[in-house]
Design a binder for this molecule. Structure first.
Ligand code: TXA
Ligand code: MG
Length: 346
């Protein structure tokens, strides 16, 4: 084991999971920091699901070029269905496979205390009750929901042990990596969409087989097809499926350096142009992480205000630098600015 440790370049400490280190990790979550923890599928990179900035840090750490929606981990099915709308089919799957390697995508409840960045501004939410005792203790100790993608840089393999996390996440800002030994399943959770009773769709194959799921359902699991991808809000959550991923009702005018009569402004930085009818600033001091944290909620607020005042309000969006989280912010803005479902192919 010694030679392997030499390769580890992470500044994040690996700590053996026990009651004390799990309590400390829960405190880190409460302080808005990132914690890596084991689940029975793969290791996750967790943040307080309700904290916009903490969730934005996940995307920085993973160097994600866009904002994919994250899986929200909770302790029980009851906790899950306090965040997302249950139906008989979802409940049936939950009863059978939770805790375990299944993530269920259901409609997000309006008042769910989950950052819109964690659900990428979608009206749906992916929920999972992990079975791993360390994940369960962390959720118990923390007392809330944890947004967690797999703890690997975007596009790399999912980690199945603490050393993989330390190795792959380099010098990402992670408070600690809870070591709970190798992941039992080693494959990510199966993601099933279940927005309506009697309908379930396989969004990502994973550690629970299709056969096992179909045995519990009365009907076959639907597959994602091009037709569904066009029509179904849920499949927009899967990376890169639709050009127009998240769009406010009001049109967006990107790279705006001025404000035209009647326009709203989504500003960035301190040098904002004069004259908007209504303005929100993603980050007045030009911080991309803060901007990412505010992006979806500010777009929703501007959109709501545009609907309130009526007419054809356009939202002018100031240029965002194409670096770091700016890449992901611009990706979402470009998709949001696409009026038609252009290029909506799988
Ligand atoms: O096993 C797992 O699922 C691990 C552990 C840590 O729980 N997590 C994981 O997360 O693999 P991540 O972020 O690497 O993958 C999440 C998947 C993505 O394919 C994403 O598109 C999908 O879940 N997803 C999340 N929210 C969604 C939504 N609202 N609609 C559709 N797909 C969603
Ligand atoms: Mg992943």
């Amino acid at each position: 084991m010694q030679p392997q440790q030499k390769r580890i370049k992470s500044v994040a400490p690996i700590v053996k999971a026990n009651a004390q280190t799990i309590r400390n990790a829960a405190k880190e979550l409460a302080a808005g920091n990132l914690v890596s923890f084991p689940t029975e599928t793969v290791y996750g990179l967790g943040a307080d699901a309700g904290n916009d900035r903490a969730v934005a840090n996940i995307f920085t750490a993973k160097k994600r070029p866009d904002f994919n929606p994250l899986i929200i981990h909770v302790k029980t099915a009851e906790n899950a269905f306090a965040l997302g709308k249950s139906n008989a089919t979802a409940q049936r799957l939950a009863n059978h496979f939770w805790p375990g390697g299944l993530s269920l995508v259901v409609r997000r409840l309006k008042d769910a205390p989950v950052s819109p960045l964690a659900t990428a501004g979608l009206q749906t939410i992916a929920l999972r009750v992990p079975a791993h005792p360390v994940a369960q203790s962390l959720l118990q100790s923390w007392g809330g929901a944890i947004a967690a993608p797999s703890a690997n840089p975007s596009g790399c393999l999912s980690p199945t042990c603490a050393e993989h996390v330390a190795d792959a996440m380099g010098d990402a800002n992670i408070a600690c990596i809870l070591d709970g030994g190798p992941a039992d399943l080693g494959l990510e959770s199966t993601v099933v969409g279940c927005l309506e009773d009697g309908d379930a769709i396989l969004l990502r194959p994973g550690s629970i087989s299709r056969d096992d799921i179909e045995e519990i359902l009365d009907t076959p699991l639907r597959e994602v097809t091009k037709k569904i991808a066009d029509d179904d809000d849920m499949t927009k959550g899967s990376p890169g499926r639709l050009a127009r991923h998240y769009a406010p009702k009001a049109p967006l005018r990107l790279h705006a350096r001025d404000v035209r009569p009647g326009e709203f402004l989504l500003a960035f930085g301190k040098d904002t142009p004069p004259g908007p009818r209504y303005c929100l600033n993603l980050s007045s001091h030009g911080c991309l992480r803060e901007a990412a944290a505010n992006l979806f909620s500010y777009l929703a607020r501007l959109d709501m205000e545009a609907r309130r005042v009526g007419g054809d309000v356009v939202i002018a969006v100031m240029p965002i630098p194409e670096r770091g989280l700016g890449l992901a912010i611009n990706d979402r803005l470009r998709r949001g600015a696409t009026r038609e479902k252009e290029g909506s192919v799988l």
